[in-house]
Design a protein around this ligand. Structure first.
Ligand code: DMJ
Length: 624
């Protein structure tokens, strides 16, 4: 209202309102504001106005962030696609992106999910370790020693393998070094970045700090779990879950713990079988979007279970369902959720109770009936890591899991009785058993057993210890022979013992080498047990051969024929080359207290998992 100035009249305010009028006006105004603000809550969830005025913190916190941990960025946060070849490094170096992240309102995904997890006392865990994680060696106390130079060479190989992966295939599962691109494959159910996750602990161990940070940044920003597809339970467990668990135990960074647990949860549907023996394949389903209320994600409707897969070759494989124990116990340890431990205890119960032919464990079991499906026994592929996980469960439990120990030594005795042989040329080998008939061959995969038997020798009955040490050495020597008898000094996928050949492949289809670790794995354990220099010599032969035949201009590749000096590359840099082969080689040339076997067991993908020391008498101080 405009008041004309009248002489003698003193206005009540600059606007000419009297006090009661002013009061009434303010009352009306505040009523109007309250009404408008309240109306925002009635708008649909997707309304732009609502998103503009109600910051995420004002909404039910956390849900979209939980969804993000589970694998997909929530709407509105998607960033423009980046050059996949630049991947995490570009994240790390892009300060704008960093700023954006810092500006994000509300809690970070880590905080949100951590809130629902019990606290893990990482310092207390570290204090229980007997040795500093990376040992007491420092480069300055070991100047220019030949062994240091060898270690440095292996570190250079790791850097080269990583750099090329990062350059040509960042975020893909593996590098194809000849075509210089990425390989995705279909065994991981749509998960990506197997090489990143498999490399984390090796990068950390070797002190490749910048590369480790790149890998970590990728896990934080780009490792999404909300994928669909059929995955191998075993492969996802040993590579992804194992890799994340190790990365957590080495660094204490919550992102690894959270993603390991989330991924572990995605594996649980595989266990929905009548026996509790998991299926080999787990079907990852995309998590449904939160309901309109934004409060709770919709539960997928349960589908009636069909057991068609069980009758159509749907057996579960001993090495697969028998190699979950270590990781699943740690998932329970880190999450406080007993479900993981219960699943593997159930498997153990079935295996303990089932009748075993001659004390042997066949490789195939029906998850529906709980019966063995075929009487094929092997310490190589299909059986291998089941035996490994028995002895390592004993060790990881700080020698309290006597059930695992008993099962291990009994199984080993049966293997010795029925499968062990010595060739006319004096080579000790473990054959394969088909319903009582022996195949006199060993797979490359079976060569891990030298290391396993060495590891288990120390806790055997007194009268058996020396025998197991010798057996471990003999098997490892045989595996070395399979390398020494090839033109490339690399070993074939399988080798035979017949009247006319020993420790060589019998046909081209088994003459390939795909950068596998098992032979150098055994060298590492035998070195730690005996300090016999021959294991370092043999390990160095492998380094030389890898450089000569497997190194290409853009990474390392497997070769089709170890009996040809002209390499024909298979165009794959397997993720286990970075996880295992290079790690075991590096450890072979390191001190014994680097990832000491008193503190760590290696899962079957060489990811170190800590021994559960029961007391607090660790002298590790502040591990590296
Ligand atoms: C790895 O994934 C693991 O070592 C597994 O136990 C067997 N196969 C490969 C390496 O050869």
């Amino acid at each position: 209202m405009l008041m004309r100035k009248v002489p003698g009249f003193v206005p009540a305010s600059p606007w000419g309102l009297r006090l009661p009028q002013k009061f009434l006006f303010l009352l009306f105004l505040s009523g109007l504001v309250t009404l408008c603000f309240g109306a925002l809550f009635l708008l649909p969830h997707s309304s732009r106005l609502k998103r503009l005025f109600l910051a995420p913190r004002a909404q039910k916190p956390g849900l979209e962030l939980v969804a993000e941990v589970a694998g997909h960025p929530p709407p509105g946060r998607q960033e423009p696609p980046r050059n996949p070849a630049l991947g995490a490094r570009s994240n790390r170096l892009n300060p704008r992106r960093k700023k954006e992240r810092l500006r994000r309102p509300g809690p970070t995904e880590q905080e949100t999910v951590s809130d629902s997890l019990p606290r893990f006392d990482f310092k207390a865990f570290q204090s229980r370790l007997r040795h500093p994680v990376l040992g007491t060696r420092t480069e300055s106390t070991e100047p220019q020693s030949p062994v240091r130079a060898q270690r440095e060479k292996i570190k250079e190989m790791m850097r080269f393998a990583w750099d090329n992966y990062r350059r040509y295939a960042m975020g893909k599962n593996e590098l194809q070094p000849i075509t210089k691109d990425g390989y995705q494959g279909n065994i991981f159910g749509g998960l990506s970045g197997a090489t990143v996750i498999d490399s984390l602990d090796t990068l950390y161990l070797m002190g490749l700090k910048e590369e480790f940070q790149e890998a970590t940044a990728w896990v934080e920003n780009d490792f999404h779990l909300n994928v669909t597809g059929e995955a191998s339970l075993f492969e996802v467990n040993i590579r992804y879950v194992g890799g994340l668990l190790s990365a957590f135990y080495l660094t204490g960074q919550e992102v690894f713990r959270i993603k390991a647990i989330k991924l572990g949860e995605k594996l649980l549907p595989a266990f929905n079988t009548p026996t509790g023996i998991p299926k080999s394949v787990v079907n990852f389903k995309r998590e449904r979007k939160p309901a309109i209320s934004g409060l709770k994600p919709l539960k997928p409707k349960p589908k009636p279970e069909k057991w068609g897969w069980a009758t159509a070759g749907g057996s579960s494989v001993l090495a697969e369902f028998g190699s979950l124990h270590l990781e699943f116990l740690h998932l329970t340890e880190l999450s406080g959720n007993q479900v993981f431990a219960e699943k593997v205890r159930k498997i153990r119960r079935v295996l303990r109770q089932i009748k075993k032919p001659f004390g042997l464990y066949p490789n195939f079991l029906s998850p529906v009936t709980g019966n063995w499906e075929q009487h094929h026994v092997s310490i190589g592929g299909l059986g291998d890591s089941f035996y490994e996980y028995l002895i390592k469960s004993w060790l990881m439990s700080a020698k309290t899991d006597t059930e695992a120990k008993d099962m291990y030594y009994k199984a080993l005795e049966a293997i010795e009785t029925y499968l062990l042989n010595v060739s006319p040329g004096g080579l000790t080998y473990i054959a394969e058993w088909r319903g009582g008939i022996l195949d006199h061959k060993m797979g490359h995969l079976a060569c891990f057993s030298g290391g396993m038997i060495a590891l288990g020798a120390e806790d055997a009955k007194e009268e058996k210890r020396a025998h197991y040490r010798e057996l471990a050495a003999q098997i490892t020597r045989t595996c070395h022979e399979s390398y020494a008898r090839s033109d490339t000094r690399l070993g074939p996928e399988a080798f035979w013992f017949t009247s006319d050949r020993e420790a060589v492949a019998s046909q081209p289809s088994e003459s390939y080498y795909i950068l596998r670790p098992e032979v150098v794995e055994s060298y590492m354990y035998l070195w730690r047990q005996t300090h016999d220099p021959v294991y370092r010599e043999w390990g160095w032969e492998v380094v030389t051969a890898l450089e000569k035949y497997c190194r290409t201009s853009a990474g390392f590749s497997g070769i089709h024929n170890v009996y040809s000096k002209v390499p024909s590359h298979d165009n794959r840099q397997q993720s286990f080359f970075l996880a295992e082969t290079l790690k075991y080689l590096y450890l072979l040339f390191s001190e014994d207290d680097t990832l000491s076997l008193e503190d760590w067991v290696f899962n079957t993908e060489a990811h170190p998992l800590p021994v559960k020391h029961l007391d607090g008498s660790g002298g590790a101080g502040h591990p590296h």
